[in-house]
Write a protein that binds this ligand. Structure first.
Ligand code: DGP
Length: 141
């Protein structure tokens, strides 16, 4: 199988702006940033996305998230941070090596090119709907 772009980044075949590295994870700037400081965190072990990610790899990524989020927030005095993680093409994944996006958010959007627009329109569900959904998910754990 051909390597993904991020595996090539890990193997230094593609240059990157490194932010942080330890034995298990690598963090670097997204070259198509949606805001100033937009950073990606990836595991060194290859996973396509969350669906084939083992618990240890997930734990290693999780451990690194507060460190990176705090550094990005402090660096540009961000007003908030969104952490995104896309799985499969329909959900917006374009690079098929698991990654978290750490996206700083700025009230002053122009100074920091915060281009992100999040739409989150809530839907109304009945008690029956919630119970059915709860059962369907929990039986698949
Ligand atoms: P996603 O759509 O969630 O799979 O995000 C992939 C991100 O990867 C996207 O924001 C752009 C970024 N990206 C694509 N190619 C490169 C690259 O060669 N270097 C870096 N640093 N980022 C890349």
């Amino acid at each position: 199988m051909e390597k993904t772009i991020f595996e090539k980044v890990l193997d230094k075949e593609i240059p990157s702006y490194k932010i942080y590295e330890d034995d298990n994870v690598y963090a670097f700037l997204d070259v198509f940033p949606i805001a100033k400081g937009h950073t990606l965190i990836i595991p060194k072990k290859h996973c396509r996305n969350i669906f084939d990610c083992d618990e240890e790899t997930a734990a290693n990524l999780g451990k690194s998230l507060p460190k990176i989020a705090n550094a990005v927030k402090k660096a540009f005095n961000a007003d908030g941070i969104n952490i995104f993680q896309n799985n499969e093409e329909y959900a917006g994944q374009s690079v098929f090596h698991l990654h978290f996006h750490v996206v700083p958010r700025y009230k002053d959007t122009s100074a920091n090119f915060d281009n992100l627009e999040v739409k989150w329109p809530p839907q109304k569900l009945s008690e029956k709907d919630f119970l059915e959904i709860q059962e369907n998910i929990t039986k698949n754990l």
